[in-house]
Design a protein around this ligand. Structure first.
Ligand code: TXA
Ligand code: MG
Length: 340
């Protein structure tokens, strides 16, 4: 199979491919997704195959309207409606209880719940609309690799394995959506995966929001099955540099040189300028904001990997606001290596 790049002019082609059971990678505001008709078991199985994804890891169902969601979730609570009104389209995935046989079990991993989101991307909303069916979409990378934030990243991993890639340029946010479980009313809403919509933003709308104990280190088994797998890993070994300081970065590079390894750095511009040297690969994310760092994280890891880095040092940032999602992904990529 040859994989073809499409643009916003080709939505009809992409929609036809979805309707006929083919795979189409699509843009969102978070990362690129690997799309298939959520109602077509054979098509959804191809998604797991193309990614090499463990089949007990359920998928997010992407919808283009609340009406579409209502076909699958009969009762939307008041809290759910408030969240939808406030945050959709946007980087918030909501988990609801569903009736048996709503989706093929490959979508839900056999759970009695399903995850839904309305992505904030016009091309993709038009694609879902034109296909007339909800579209499953895990991140469009080979399982375990950094998630794709450009169409080129998708092509790198999935060339020859999928029919089309709908290219709408680099994604705005850079990490996957916040996953919020609304399926257990007694327990209240629980964040299963941190993302760009923070606990404080959610709490401002629905008062009580807790965080899955797994995310804060207490419980062994995460409720979102996907959180237990190795994730976001480039070929290189990743180290977190926990302070935004020249001295810390000098020490990290000195350590890398001692290992006699090819060193790559992903850091803010003002520090990058100080670190440029012929034996180091340097990728800057511009001004030192958590938004810039988040947008550049996966792309930077991929870039340094391709340039042949053996050790990649990445700027660690405070775990507050978007920094919680950023550090969640970075710690996984780094397998918790922190350069102290
Ligand atoms: O931003 C995103 O969410 C991207 C874009 C493409 O929309 N998609 C994405 O999908 O990150 P994926 O498949 O890589 O992550 C889905 C996460 C996994 O951790 C999965 O285990 C969890 O959501 N999940 C899905 N259905 C679930 C369910 N019924 N109960 C608990 N967790 C669920
Ligand atoms: Mg993923």
């Amino acid at each position: 199979m040859t994989t073809k790049m499409l643009t916003e002019q080709d939505i009809a082609t992409a929609a036809m491919a979805i309707k006929t059971g083919q795979l189409v990678a699509f843009p969102t505001e978070t990362v690129y997704g690997l799309g298939a008709n959520a109602l077509d078991e054979t098509a959804v199985k191809k998604v797991y195959q193309a990614k090499g994804r463990p089949s007990d890891n359920p998928l997010i169902v992407h919808v283009s309207s609340v009406e579409m969601l209502r076909n699958y979730v009969k009762k939307l609570s008041e809290a759910a409606l408030k969240l939808i009104t406030t945050f959709w389209p946007g980087p918030l995935t909501l988990i609801f209880s569903i009736e048996p046989d709503t989706f093929p079990s490959v979508v839900t991993g056999g759970l009695s719940t399903a995850a839904f989101r309305m992505p904030d991307n016009q091309c993709t909303l038009r694609l879902i609309e034109a296909a007339g069916v909800p579209i499953v979409g895990p991140s469009a990378n080979t399982s375990g690799r950094p998630s794709p934030t450009t169409a080129q990243h998708v092509a790198h991993d999935l060339q020859g394995k999928i029919a089309f890639i709908l290219d709408d340029g680099p994604t705005k946010i850079g990490v996957e959506s916040t996953v919020l479980d609304l399926s257990e009313p007694e327990q209240g809403p629980v964040i299963l995966r941190p993302g760009a919509i923070t606990q404080a933003q959610l709490a401002a709308v629905i008062n009580e929001v807790t965080v899955d104990q797994h995310l804060v280190g207490a419980a062994e088994t995460p409720k979102a099955p996907g959180m237990k797998y190795k994730h976001y890993s480039p070929e290189a070994t990743v180290w977190i540099v926990p302070e935004v300081s020249n001295e810390k970065w000098q020490a990290a590079v000195a350590f890398g040189r001692q290992q006699q390894q090819k060193i790559g750095l992903l850091l803010p511009e003002f520090l990058a300028k100080e670190m440029i040297d012929e034996d180091v690969l340097v990728v800057s994310y511009g001004a030192n904001t958590v938004e810039n760092a988040t947008k550049a994280l996966f792309a930077g890891l991929r870039n340094l990997d391709e340039q042949g880095a053996d050790l990649i040092f990445v700027q660690g940032l405070p775990e507050e606001g978007l920094g919680i999602a950023y550090m969640n992904r970075l710690k996984k990529a780094a397998n918790r290596n922190i350069f102290n």
